[in-house]
Design a binder for this molecule. Structure first.
Ligand code: HEM
Length: 505
């Protein structure tokens, strides 16, 4: 065949491909317009959609909060010309979406798979049910009980570091310290792995997680990020692959060490003697009814999922909790008094104390309302959903439940900006909508680690308040929340810590 004929065929092939793509995109857009037609929202730009209005990143919350006042139940948001979702901002709209077993959407969650694989967070259908059933015993209260002293030890290491730091610095930026502490703690609890990462300042995994969360978030607002092919070649794509490598090295090392240990003949017997099977034991030793265990890939995905979900979320929760109490000294003092009354002469917290921390629990809930560690979740509808007002969102649509905006919805919460822990007192909760407070989501896909998270937040709070008085460092920029998968602060969280007299060291 002569060369000109080859070129001719190649050109025809390319043009046909482009034509098919254009028709597909056009059809997709028509379907989206039809699906979102009955939901009013901010006018999109013909090419960028609403993307340009969402920048800079630091202003995103102000913008979406303003829109949710104008459209108090839900509004469409366009990511460019061909992708759009329905942002849900009211519990009445969230309830029917969360009640079902809708799969996670293929827009946001798909991009996280190269990092955390197909673990519990992204799986759906029978595989998800099998993994959820398998992993639930790992969160039984008898297991959680044995974690408390391990969490206490990790918190003590962090507080000791802070004590040294405040001799040199006026204030402490919390984020990395708290992340290393929660990483240390999840590794000890779920993986029986003593990394001493806080002492050796081994923070390459934590930094990789920060980088990955930033890149995944930025990708949503990047035109290039809408195509896997273009993203692969972009500078962000390169950074994403590099950070994934660092994260995978960390988790692979832990799996490898445990597999080696399990090969030692009497190791299985040792596990039987342990008071609980840790999370990694469950993953490596479990078999289904046909005697088949999880594949290496499945184990890796669950370890990556729990390593990330199990530390970054609680790090966010604890950092914002300490910030809220620094901002509200009267509530801080009331929590401290409650903790002192519970502990008496003791300088450390135990399992039986956790349930007695009533006022502290109200403050934790109020923090999670104002600063939900996971600010939103989303679903791709496998069937149409009809809301209470008769409007229907069609099959295949992308629904984003904005936990942040539901928690700030003025039709549900009086003075939503005010930190008022008593909103969660039993008498004030009795008339509240079942889906008004969703930090751990709701329905069958709720957070499997919520009890672990609450315990860790209580331990961190109690131990910190016993040792330090917290106040804001007004010479530093105040925190600006940004939703990077978990809720972070664009400007960090800087607190002044004053060592309390007679505090436990
Ligand atoms: C303050 C801390 C935490 C918050 C606010 C939180 C919040 C959430 C939310 C909102 C979801 C639903 C996600 C979705 O629908 O896409 C979720 C799911 C999940 N969380 Fe958490 N989480 C926290 C801590 C933890 C911890 C400590 C662990 C593990 C030890 C964990 C493991 C998971 C897993 C594996 C899922 C997926 C569950 C499933 O789909 O079956 N989380 N979490």
């Amino acid at each position: 065949m002569d060369l000109s004929r080859v070129w001719h065929l190649a050109a025809v092939f390319c043009l046909t491909y482009i034509l098919i793509k254009v028709i597909q995109l056009h059809r997709g857009r028509q379907m989206l317009l039809k699906a979102l037609n009955s939901f009013p929202g901010p006018a999109p730009h013909w090419l960028y959609g609403n993307l340009r209005e969402l920048s800079p990143i630091s202003a995103i919350y102000r913008k979406v909060e303003r829109w949710s006042c104008l459209y108090p139940f839900a509004y469409p948001l366009w990511f460019g010309r061909f992708t759009a979702c329905l942002i849900i901002t009211h519990p009445d709209y969230a309830k029917p979406v969360l009640a079902g077993m809708e799969p996670k959407d293929s827009y946001g969650y798909r991009n996280i798979i190269p990092w955390i694989g197909k673990g519990l967070l992204v799986l759906h259908g029978p595989k998800w049910a099998q993994h959820r059933k398998l992993l639930t015993p790992g969160f039984h209260f008898s297991v959680l009980k044995s974690y408390v002293p391990l969490i206490v030890d990790s918190v003590k290491v962090m507080l000791n570091k802070w004590e040294e730091l405040i001799m040199q610095e006026k204030s402490v930026e919390l984020s990395e310290h708290v992340s290393l502490m929660t990483l240390d703690s999840i590794m000890k609890c779920a993986f029986s792995h003593n990394s001493n990462c806080q002492i050796y300042k081994e923070n390459s995994y934590v930094q990789a997680v920060f980088e990955l969360c930033f890149l995944l978030y930025a990708r949503m607002f990047y035109i290039v990020g809408q195509s896997d092919f273009l993203y692969w070649f972009s500078p962000h794509g390169f950074r994403f692959r590099k950070a994934c490598q660092v994260a995978h090295l960390h988790t692979e090392k832990i799996i490898k060490e445990r597999k080696k240990a399990l090969k030692v003949e009497d190791e299985l017997q040792k596990i039987e003697k342990k008071r609980y099977l840790d999370f990694l034991d469950i993953l490596l030793c479990s078999k289904d009814e046909n005697g088949i265990g999880l594949s290496d890939e499945e184990v890796r995905a669950e370890v990556d999922t729990f390593m990330f979900e199990g530390h970054d979320t609680t790090a966010s929760g604890i950092s914002w909790l300490l910030y809220c109490l620094a901002q509200n000294p009267e509530h801080q003092q009331r929590c401290r008094e409650e903790i002192k009354t519970i502990l008496g002469d003791r300088d450390t917290i135990e399992w039986d104390d956790l349930n007695k921390m009533t006022y502290c629990t109200l403050c934790i809930k109020e923090t999670l309302r104002l600063y939900p560690a996971v600010p939103g979740v989303s679903r791709e509808l496998s069937k149409p959903v009809t809301f209470f007002d008769g409007k229907t969102l069609s099959e295949g649509s992308w629904a984003v439940i904005s936990i942040h905006l539901i928690h700030k919805n003025p039709s549900i919460w009086d003075n939503p900006e005010v930190f008022d822990p008593l909103r969660f007192s039993p008498e004030n909760m009795s008339n509240r909508h079942s889906h008004a407070f969703l930090p751990f989501s709701a329905g069958p896909r709720n957070c499997i680690g919520q009890q672990f998270a609450m315990n860790e937040m209580k331990v961190a709070l109690a131990m910190t308040l016993l040792r330090f008085e917290l106040s804001l460092d007004l010479s530093k920029p105040q925190p600006v929340p940004i939703p990077q998968i978990v809720l972070r602060s664009h400007t960090g969280i800087h607190l002044c810590l004053k060592k309390l007299e007679f505090s436990a060291a």
